[in-house]
Design a protein around this ligand. Sequence first.
Ligand code: UD1
Length: 351
Amino acid sequence: MAKTVLVSGGAGYIGSHVTVELIGKGYEVVVADNMSNCDLTCFEGVKKITGRDDIPFHQIDCCDSEAVNRLFDEYKIDAVIHFAAFKAVGESVAEPLMYYRNNLVSFINILEAAKNKGGCNVLFSSSATVYGEAEVLPVTENTPRLPSTSPYGNTKQMCEDILRDVVFATAGNDGADGQGVVKGIALRYFNPIGAHPSALIGELPRGVPNNLVPFITQTAIGKRECLSIFGNDYPTEDGTCLRDYIDVVDLAKAHVAAVSRMVEGRMKEGYEIFNVGTGRPVSVYELVTAFENVNGLKLNYKFVDRRPGDVMAIWADTTLANEELGWKAERTVEETLASAWAWEKHLAEQK
Ligand code: UD1
């Protein structure tokens, strides 16, 4: 029988791509989303791509524990992928309580339901932000986490720790009173970019984008006047920051590999962590140039001061994910940037 995966935040950017890949591999998916940072565009796109009009969708807030419990009562859930969280670094500095309440309470509710409803596999959507400004690059999963510079980053570290502790505490549960075993994987994403090759789903930032690639595509289409490149005086080859840009479809496939590892009982430990990146550092300037070249256009950009809180360089050692998940990033940065541009043009055509 097909395994069922609950995807919280499943109507969002990464959640919608993961839903497509899971369905493609024969999983049943239940999507839960409070629609606080998206509309139905991507969920409709998911239905078109998969040809499935019957994907269960629940507009619930995971901070509502009763609503979460009801989902676990209604479906036999084999794994949860928890995306539902706020993710804007700057906003989290201004509104820490909003971030702590939303990101921690929603995950605690998911874990409580997972434990109390007979046990479950839980995949947490973490971030390379937990490494901060690492001294040694590339970072492995054993690279020490550094104190976070934002409440957003803190919530990622805290949720990792909460998951680890729940896995530890439930390891001996035998199902009495419904109390089951929770197993967990945290995937630490580097910089997810791009869109599905169909251009039917992609990133839909509200307001002015914080992240680089949506700012690039919105500048190219004329929604923004000029891209500011934050800092060209870093001690890197061209003076701009280095990041590990991971294609969102590749990233989605890593989730399928991790879920399969959990539901097929192939985990080596109850709690595991994997870096999900390409292993290749790319500078901001290189990315901008690659975008121009692959899409045959010129971008209006200027160099400005560094953005406070940015790390100079971070990229992944992906050996563990390659070997243990049998997963590797496949799309080139050019293909990914072409897909991001196709998505922006698709959005413009909808208007
Ligand atoms: C941030 C978060 C990360 C989160 C990711 C995706 C931190 C420190 N970073 O990563 O946790 O997972 O977003 O949401 O918490 N840039 C420009 N101009 C722009 C925008 C960005 O030059 O208009 C540069 C930045 O300085 C940086 C690079 O582009 O060097 C990537 O920036 P961004 O896309 O915002 O991602 P990160 O800050 O790396």
